[in-house]
Design a protein around this ligand. Sequence first.
Ligand SMILES: C[S@@+](CC[C@H](N)C(=O)[O-])C[C@H]1O[C@@H](n2cnc3c(N)ncnc32)[C@H](O)[C@@H]1O
Length: 219
Amino acid sequence: MEKNSDKYKPALNYDWLTRFYDPLIQWTLREETFKSQLIRQAQIQTDHHVLDLACGTATLTILIKNRFPEATVIGLDGDPKVLEIARAKLAKEQLDIPLDLGMSFDLPYTNNSFDRVLSSLFFHHLTRENKSRTLAEVHRVLKPGGEIHIADWGRPRSALMRTAFFLVQMLDGFATTKDNADGLIPQLLLESGFIEVSETVQYPTLFGPLSLYSARKPD
Ligand SMILES: C[S@@+](CC[C@H](N)C(=O)[O-])C[C@H]1O[C@@H](n2cnc3c(N)ncnc32)[C@H](O)[C@@H]1O
């Protein structure tokens, strides 16, 4: 039976807010800076297969494809309405990128099929159980030696960042965001069998500390 926690949470928690997602993120979160850094740290090669997990409006997916036109890039999201916005953006930019409807903890891909999985502003939407189920799925679909690169809320290191993050917690819910505030993403990566887990950088933003993480599936 499907549990309530198995439903996706829309990008801004309410369907009617999804259309405001792009301008909000662009102007408040240094989006270009942190997404570009996420792509740089992933060291994508031209022959790579890359998944943008929970791609939302596909901003990151498009950035990856524009920088690596020869790489195979796929976006996946659980929300059909956000994928409509993403498809309109792809059409406008005349980009042909497959966008799949699917859930992160039940990925519609075969074992060992991706070199890189990138994900931005997503894991804080998931319960602890679904974070672990999702990381197990990412581990399954990554090739041996493949890497996951995550941008998401990290552990605040100042009272200012802790206070700022309360706003996000009020919108997205304390139950799913607490793991982020507690800095648990690296531990969950390790528990899912990843190695070389690290928090590579943290950006202070208007809504709290945004951390980038990287980890590798063993060879
Ligand atoms: C805050 S948005 C981030 C979108 C995009 N990655 C970005 O950086 O702008 C989170 C996205 O996760 C999607 N989502 C939530 N739970 C999901 C799940 N279990 N599987 C797949 N997508 C999910 C939502 O539909 C939403 O588009």
